[in-house]
Ligand binder design. Structure first.
Ligand SMILES: Nc1nc2c(ncn2[C@@H]2O[C@H](COP(=O)(O)OP(=O)(O)OP(=O)(O)O)[C@@H](O)[C@H]2O)c(=O)[nH]1
Ligand SMILES: [Mg+2]
Length: 353
């Protein structure tokens, strides 16, 4: 590869990222810190500028096009057209200037709602200039709280010291690649089908829900606490803490949606490796919605093959017809039982992140 010529650089995926926020918060400095190097003096951006950076994230070669916009009000109309195609948006504030933080709610998120047509766009709140700790007026906790409210990822960083700068962009790219989330694979339906009864309509889970079911397996009466987690990307951080205590994990995909299946390797198993501290945790791959046989996009054989690779148990089932639903949970309980397991986490599926 000829690295002197940008055109010749090969990549798997091109992502567009937009940076917005008040003038002087350090948007240009962040982009420079990430793509080349921080310089103490940076003039206010006129209109929109862009930088390109190649990097490898999650095994994929990415070409990031970063649109660096002007914070000054007079450019607002001009930059509105750049929201449309952005797959990721960094909302930047300066931790030493409170008005830049409140303007995120008062100005910038309104612009996003107005102009961003990409519903799957991933947003990240970024508190910049943490090197000026003694001048800080916006606490880390306030930042986290607002990010939660807005459904954004969150980072604090310093364009000057480069602290967390690479991490911001990498995390954003990773989340964009993971897609909007694996909502809708049928985790909640599965839990309801097992503990109560299947209902045709089930709203996306918000955060984490749980159900308890008592059952007798191998002559022992067990109490199963089933944590039903949200598949949507924006809840990902929240649910990580639930992995820790899980003695069994159901990894659910939708047999009619191939991407929910590929996300198992791309996303969910990585999350488990990262957050599950129980080495004896029993995992089970579950292909849901087999009642929709005519729409099937993932074969039983592919499921079995992946389960083998991941060292998981395997079942195909239908929350709707209840086919194999009891069997899934019984089998999982039976396998976890020797290590005194009562807890099951259902991992959703993916729309993911
Ligand atoms: N101490 C410190 N100063 C920073 C940091 N980031 C940016 N600055 C300074 O803040 C000033 C404004 O930075 P810019 O990057 O130009 O701000 P901007 O958000 O691009 O502003 P507009 O283009 O007008 O919207 C410059 O003097 C930078 O040197 C940082 O992390 N720490
Ligand atoms: Mg600028």
């Amino acid at each position: 590869m000829d690295s002197s010529s940008e055109q010749n650089i090969a990549y798997d995926l091109a992502l567009k990222i937009l940076i917005i926020g008040d003038s002087g918060v350090g948007k240009t400095s962040l982009v420079l810190s990430f793509t080349s190097k921080y310089t103490e003096y940076s003039a206010p951006t006129i209109g929109v500028d862009f930088k390109i950076k190649y990097l490898t994230v999650g095994g994929k070669k990415l070409k990031l096009t970063i649109w660096d916009t002007a914070g000054q009000e007079r450019f607002r109309t001009l930059i509105s057209s750049y929201y449309r195609s952005a797959q990721g948006i960094l909302l930047v504030y300066d931790v030493t200037r409170r008005e830049t933080f409140t303007n995120l709610t008062d100005v910038w998120t309104k612009e996003v709602d107005l102009y961003s047509t990409n519903k799957n766009c991933i947003k990240m709140l970024v508190g910049n200039k943490v090197d000026k700790e003694s001048e800080r007026v916006v606490s880390r906790e306030e930042g986290i709280e607002l990010a939660k409210q807005l459904g954004c990822l969150f980072y604090e960083c310093s364009a000057k010291t480069k602290k967390n700068v690479d991490q911001c962009f990498q995390e954003l790219a990773l989340k964009i690649m993971k897609g909007p989330g694996d909502s809708g694979v049928g985790k909640t339906s599965l839990v309801l089908s097992f503990t109560a009864k299947y209902t045709e309509y089930s709203a996306p889970t918000i955060g984490v829900d749980f159900k308890i079911k008592y059952l007798t397996v191998g002559g022992k009466r067990l109490k199963l606490t089933i944590w039903d987690t949200a598949g949507q990307e924006r809840f990902r951080t929240l649910i990580t803490s639930y992995y820790r205590a899980a003695q069994g994990i159901l990894l659910v995909y939708d047999v009619t949606r191939k991407e929910t299946f590929t996300n198992l390797s791309d996303v969910w198993t990585k999350e488990i490796d990262l957050y599950s501290t129980n080495k004896n945790c029993i995992k089970m791959l579950v292909g849901n919605k087999v009642d929709k046989e005519s729409e099937r996009a993932v074969s039983r054989e592919e499921g079995i093959e992946l389960a083998k690779q991941l060292g998981c148990l395997f079942y195909e089932c239908s929350a709707k017809t209840k086919e194999n639903v009891d069997q899934c949970f019984h089998e999982l309980a039976l396998k976890t039982y020797p290590c005194a397991v009562h807890v099951v986490v259902t991992l959703p599926s993916m729309e993911f992140f």
